[in-house]
Design a binder for this molecule. Structure first.
Ligand code: FAD
Length: 106
């Protein structure tokens, strides 16, 4: 089995990479599918209290699926709200493409 932290790191890699590869101009159908995906994901994330908090957050903060950059920024904010809850430093969302899309410059 994997522990909660390893699962978390792997899952964030997946979620941020998925956002980084999302279309810049998604069709209505693609936007709807991504919204459905995120909401279903929150029901099946295999850490029950993590999933519960995410579902709570989604009640007032649905994903911005209107473009790649908007989805990437939304994902960054969601991750930062978990970072804040855990007392971890917040990530600078201006660096999200560098980290997850184009790669660090140095
Ligand atoms: P992680 O937080 O896993 O981050 C991995 C890498 O992502 C970092 O090294 C950094 O390079 C980058 N990064 C960090 N912040 C951001 C950001 N805002 N945007 C983009 N990139 C960023 N753990 C709990 O103990 N309790 C919980 O309730 C909980 N809820 C979770 C909910 C979800 C949906 C997920 C996916 C994970 C959750 N976790 C939770 C796990 C937790 O978020 C971390 O994954 C885990 O603590 C390991 O942390 P880490 O310091 O290795 O880095």
């Amino acid at each position: 089995p994997v522990d909660k932290d390893e699962l978390g790191r792997n899952t964030w890699s997946f979620l941020h990479t998925m956002a980084a590869r999302y279309p810049e101009k998604p069709t209505q159908e693609v936007q709807k599918d991504m919204t459905t995906f995120v909401n279903l994901f929150s029901k099946f994330y295999p850490c029950s209290y993590c999933a519960k908090d995410l579902q709570e957050e989604l009640k007032t903060n649905q994903p911005d699926t209107t473009s790649r950059s908007n989805l990437s920024q939304w994902m960054c904010r969601i991750h930062n709200s978990v970072n804040a809850k855990l007392g971890k430093p917040l990530f600078d969302c201006a660096k999200v493409d560098e980290r997850w899309r184009t790669g660090w410059q140095d």
